[in-house]
Design a protein around this ligand. Sequence first.
Ligand code: ADP
Length: 239
Amino acid sequence: MPATTSSSVLRAHALAKTYGSGDAAVQALRDVDLEVAAGEFIVLLGPSGSGKSTLLNILGGLDVPTSGEVEFLGQRLTGGADDELTRYRREHVGFVFQFYNLIPSLTVAENVALVTDIARDPMPVDEALALVALTPRRDHFPSQLSGGEQQRVAIARAIAKRPQLLLCDEPTGALDYATGKLVLEVIARINRELGTTAVVITHNAAIAGMADRVVRLADGRIASVSRPERRLTPAELSW
Ligand code: ADP
């Protein structure tokens, strides 16, 4: 199956990324073509070093490819000015990483407000916290929360600006099984209820059952693309 769909929000064509040069050059991505449909839930799988983070960072405008192009809603992101890429990232992309990167001296609500204060059309902080089921913890500090709760704050912060894209790099990598599932439930809910397009990196193949499409990377290339027959809820997954 080709890695393309009709109504795409993101379109990557012939992406290549090389880090370093000469003998030290590492080719992290080679000839990657991928279209992501609006509202789609994509899981990116592949062994460590296969290029998953590099691809996600380029799709989210955190990094630029060495060659090839990326379009967001028909607009080229590659080859433009840095401030255009920054604007794209700020307005349209929410990132969630393995570690939560919360500000320890700010409360949960204040961490989310950091984003809503500067976004163009944010949702109210309390609406974002309700979506991740953290309303009762709004005035707590990150150190008073479990890892899974801190990750849910990070997700609230990522979605509070109503981004079109939610890009998650190993969001459950630091969490235990049950907590990881709760975090996946939250990501699935945002995708379903807000229609936010989600791309989630994992090395855990069981999580692929949640996806509309599963893209497997190997050695910087797309090795396969598959579409699970039925999208499972995180509760139905086991690993
Ligand atoms: P994955 O997310 O699948 O683990 P990455 O995209 O992080 O893979 O890395 C792909 C390859 O690029 C790896 O060989 C990695 O060592 C290399 N790489 C990633 N980032 C850099 C960097 N900033 N400088 C040099 N090499 C890098």
